[in-house]
Design a protein. Structure first.
Lengths: 311, 74
């Protein structure tokens, strides 16, 4: 399936893997790129030299295009932005703010810039700032979320901008892919389903937790701080929500979540750690390779579109 | 100018029961998040026919700062 996004990024299938903190490292990114999608390395709060290393290791595993997700709230964002250019990465997605101040340098280096947006106004501003495309991400997604659902956000963003739009949030299979396409998306970004991929280095406890979870297991914490986060409910989210209800201050809440994602992803502590995942986690029933995931989503999605929504 | 700016803030953020002055802080007094801010900027740009670059946004923390910025661009 060819869209403006496959052309822009030089990829076979219109599917991007989310730039998830701790999860989106070189093994996963390379596997998704080798499967014909676009793999992303999530720079999150990693030091710039680690990001450089990840990029180099990824390149050893694939000769296909891959990208880096730059988290703009990271105090090191400026250095990470430079590393991306120095290492010749050609695609950047950005989260948590506006990448306007890095736009000129990236454009000059031929980097395609794709900000993640959660509203129409933000999408319009990014288009004006020179973005090549946007990811419109609904609040069904895991991790840091906005407040509008994918179903409502996607068509409104598509109408508001002329650059291509990538749909994200709640998309985990071919039906989600086809639906996003009908809403005007020219590619999808998938996160949660790739977490359980066989190439993903995420701890087996975390993968098992996702596979076992049901539709109602996802919970949003941090509404009161203005930085809501979606994860699978556990002791950690219950404790957080209890503190939040009691009116705990920001610092106390921060203390609770400090290093908690690493604890779950790397150490496998899914009781006290943060098990970030989207609402679609309940749909994911098995661990597969990235190739199987990409082809299931895209090829079956195309079939659905051809058959008017029926298999 | 100030009155019109306040009207736009009220309209864009759905605030109809809050007193807004020059000193009002978007974050501390109105609880504005980043999505609200983008919404507000789009509204102000349309009304005053100016472009507010997103790197300027960080500096515009109060209603008064916005008015000053818009006046400097007239």
């Amino acid at each position: 399936m060819k869209t403006r996004i496959t052309q822009l990024l030089g990829i076979e299938y219109p599917i991007i893997q989310g730039g998830m903190a701790w999860v989106a490292e070189h093994n996963l990114a390379a596997a998704v790129s080798n499967a014909g999608g676009l793999g992303l390395i999530g720079a999150a709060s990693a030091p710039p030299e680690i990001v450089r290393e990840e990029i180099r290791k990824c390149r050893e595993l694939t000769d296909k295009p891959f990208g880096v997700n730059v988290m703009l709230l990271n105090p090191n964002a400026e250095e990470v932005a430079k590393v991306v250019i120095e290492e010749g990465v050609k695609v950047v997605t950005t989260g948590a703010g506006s990448p306007a101040k890095f736009m000129d340098a990236w454009k000059e280096a031929g980097v395609k810039v794709i900000p993640v947006v959660a509203s129409v106004a933000m999408a319009k501003m990014m288009e004006r700032a020179g973005a090549d495309a946007v990811v419109a991400e609904g609040m069904e997604s895991g991790g840091h979320i906005g407040s509008i659902t994918t179903m409502a956000l996607l068509p409104q963003v598509v109408d508001a901008v002329s650059i291509p739009v990538i749909g994200a949030g709640g998309i985990g299979d071919s039906r989600g892919f086809a639906a996003a396409y009908m809403l005007g998306a020219e590619a999808v970004q998938v996160g949660t389903r790739f977490v359980v991929a066989s190439e993903s280095i995420v701890h087996e406890n975390y993968k098992d937790k996702l596979v076992k979870s049901s539709d109602i297991d996802s919970e949003v914490t941090g509404m009161s701080t203005g930085h809501p986060v979606r994860s699978i409910r556990n002791k950690m989210t219950r404790e957080y929500l209890r503190l939040e209800k009691e009116g705990a201050d920001f610092m106390e809440l921060e203390q609770l979540t400090l290093g908690s994602l690493r604890k779950a992803v790397i150490d496998g502590d899914v009781v006290n750690g943060t098990v970030m995942a989207g609402q679609i986690a309940g749909l994911i029933k098995k661990k597969e390779s990235c190739k199987e995931i990409v082809e299931d989503i895209v090829l079956n999605g195309e079939k659905l579109l051809k058959n008017g929504g029926r298999f | 100018m100030l009155e019109r700016v306040i009207e736009i803030i009220e309209e864009k953020l759905g605030l109809d029961d809050v007193t807004i002055t020059k000193e009002t802080s978007f974050k501390d007094d109105l609880g504005v998040d980043s999505l609200d801010l983008f919404e507000l900027v789009m509204g102000l740009e349309e009304e005053f026919n100016v472009e507010i670059p997103s790197e300027e946004l960080e500096k515009l923390t109060t209603v008064g700062a916005v008015v000053e910025y818009l006046e400097s661009k007239k």
